[in-house]
Write a protein that binds this ligand. Structure first.
Ligand SMILES: [Zn+2]
Length: 341
């Protein structure tokens, strides 16, 4: 039957009615205007696509080839650095989608769900345009895709730590690596420490570095959040290739230098968490550390003592997903990205 085609990882990721709808769409069995016109239910001159008003509304056109849909698919693939030769049909698209097994176990589910979510989001927009005579921009539709992703992930019971609005602000947090659970509950180690918010009137930086030896490239990233967990500032910055401890020092340095010139953070109390115990130790001591990083370490030391109120601490990688994904994202950037939110 219809739903038997949605098996394994593909099954149960999104609400059942959406699974069924998408499968009917793949089979070309949804009532598009072109279909209704071809069987005489609509006048033949009214078969036009409500999204672009320029082509007959077939299922493949509406959900895949229409300019609006194409932009949505293109944006999603671009987020993950993937290129796609646009398939001829939705069924071909689905077949290709299943071949992409990108990233960790959690992301494989995100990837599978995204096909359903994009198709469903386009279909809902089409209905709103026809029946409510209102329309959303492609930017609104992107946000809706991420929002739906967040809602549906919360039904998977994976312990994913981010809210739908966190996903909207930083979709790369979907590359979350999951919580590793020991087989025997008696030997669970406290290795998973989720991110915790700072107290009121304190802002917290999480910073990280990513170094890829095989490509000799490196990048750093950081996120500043308030006591409600809201993002205040993000950075994602490519840096010259260097040893990981040095890159971690640069990540701390960047967060502090950004804080030192912004009026928002200059007078605030700051916490900074890094998952590099070496970098944290060197920043907190008055000497030690790689000789070639002395310029950066001295800047951090003098800021810590004289300019801004900042406490630098070591926290495990598990509380640092957003900074980790911003650092990885920096590997693909030409220039630094900084956003105040
Ligand atoms: Zn169209």
């Amino acid at each position: 039957m219809v739903c038997d085609a949605v098996k394994g990882v593909w099954k149960g990721l999104v609400p059942h009615r959406i699974e069924v709808f998408v499968w009917l769409a793949i089979l070309g069995k949804i009532n598009t205007r072109h279909k209704l016109a071809s069987i005489g239910i609509l006048p033949i001159d009214q078969d036009v696509c409500p999204l672009c008003s320029s082509c007959p509304e077939s299922s493949d056109h509406l959900l895949l080839h229409c300019e609006v849909s194409r932009q949505l698919w293109g944006w999603w693939l671009n987020l993950w650095d993937l290129k796609w030769v646009f398939p001829k049909s939705l069924s071909e698209a689905f077949a290709q989608w299943k071949l992409i097994k990108k990233g960790k176990k959690f992301f494989v589910k995100v990837w599978a769900a995204s096909f359903f979510i994009i198709v469903w989001t386009v279909w809902k927009e089409r209905n709103i345009r026809i029946f409510q005579a209102s329309s959303s921009t492609v930017k609104d539709l992107r946000d809706l895709v991420l929002l739906r992703m967040g809602w549906w992930i919360s039904g998977w019971e994976e312990g994913f730590p981010y809210s739908p609005s966190d996903i909207q602000r930083n979709p790369w947090c979907l590359e979350w690596e999951g919580v590793s659970r020991a087989a025997d509950p008696a030997i669970i180690k406290p290795s998973y420490i989720p991110w915790s918010p700072p107290i009121k009137n304190v802002l917290k930086w999480n910073v990280d570095a990513s170094v890829v030896i095989s490509n000799t490239c490196a990048a750093i990233g950081g996120v500043l959040r308030n006591h409600e967990g809201k993002f205040v500032c993000l950075f994602s910055t490519p840096i010259p290739y260097m040893e990981i401890n040095c890159a971690e020092i640069l990540a701390i340095h960047r967060a502090i230098s950004i804080s030192s010139y912004s009026s928002l953070t200059k007078s605030a109390s700051l916490l900074l968490e890094s998952d590099s115990s070496n970098a944290v130790m060197w920043c907190n001591n008055d000497n030690g550390g790689p000789w070639n990083m002395m310029y950066y370490l001295n800047f951090i030391r003098s800021c810590r003592k004289e300019m801004i109120s900042i406490e630098i601490t070591h926290k495990g990688r598990s509380s640092n997903f957003v900074a980790d994904s911003l650092a990885k994202q920096g590997l693909r950037r030409q220039d630094e990205f900084i956003a105040w939110l």
